[in-house]
Design a protein. Structure first.
Length: 270
């Protein structure tokens, strides 16, 4: 993959948008490679966390409109949803990271515009520099965010902020992004900070972390009764998994836990 790189070290996957000469503007090839990278990492049960960042001076300046429109046939096909998945290519390039059963952390610096914002919001957490430049830029061109941005903006920032940013297309700093609720933490070195956070999770059970991500994401669209049922099922399952026992013994003996690969997911409510 030329526009997206993946490197896994000690269970932490470093994913990079890699068109630095174009401020990591998103092409159809980039979107396809993001989907492929997420699918690859989702299947690797030894991966414990993912850090997504941009090479060069920016996270992403958004969609490369001029380049994308050179292949109108591909654009039409990219708008078509995949049967059974519920997303088209533009949407899956973001939502695929919600499907990865480990914490996904976006590290943002420089420009984070349009599709870049939507990729960042698809992550579970966002670390950013205070001077990074953000905009839900689609409104400038008379369109709306359509890479799952409406959903993720509303979830992360609330309906009023989502409406403001989508309707105005205003530009704002990373410090303002934190004030709006889009950024989890400000840091001058967001990749370093995101990686340090990922490393801090290595002493926690990968099965418990995966269950927490599933439950919290599911609770956003489920009734309280359904969430309670999922809690019960996940807890019973966790109590029977080897990694839970490994962590329990490590806590008692004050030793570093040596976990097994994450268990395969079972979906009793589907």
């Amino acid at each position: 993959m030329q526009n997206v790189t993946v490197r896994v070290t000690n269970g932490i996957a470093q994913v990079r948008l890699s068109r630095p000469d174009k401020l990591n503007a998103l092409t159809l090839d980039t979107l396809q490679q993001l989907v492929a990278a997420a699918k690859q990492l989702r299947r690797d049960r030894t991966v414990r966390a993912v850090v997504i960042a941009g090479d060069g001076d920016s996270f992403s300046s958004g969609l490369d409109v001029a380049g994308t429109l050179k292949t109108p046939g591909r654009v039409v096909r990219a708008f078509l949803p995949v049967p059974g998945r519920g997303t088209n290519l533009f949407q899956e390039a973001c939502w695929a990271w919600r499907r990865v059963p480990v914490p996904v952390i976006a590290a943002v610096h420089g420009h984070c515009y349009g599709g870049g914002v939507q990729i960042a919001l698809a992550a579970d957490l966002r670390f950013a520099t205070a001077d990074s430049k953000w905009s839900v830029l689609e409104g400038k061109w008379g369109i709306i965010p359509d890479m799952t941005g409406i959903r993720s903006l509303t979830e992360v920032a609330g309906a009023d902020v989502a409406k403001r940013l989508t309707m105005t297309a205003e530009r704002f700093s990373g410090a303002d992004a934190q004030r709006f609720g889009l950024v989890t933490e400000l840091d001058d070195e967001p990749v370093k900070a995101a990686t340090a956070f990922a490393e801090s999770l290595l002493t926690r059970s990968p099965d418990a972390i995966a269950a927490a991500k599933r439950l919290i994401d599911g609770a956003l669209t489920s009734s309280a009764r359904r969430t309670f049922a999922r809690e019960r099922w996940e807890q019973i399952r966790l109590l029977r998994l080897p990694n839970t026992g490994i962590l329990r013994r490590a806590v008692v003996t004050k030793e570093h836990p040596e976990f097994r690969p994450r268990a395969n997911r079972i979906r009793p409510w589907h």
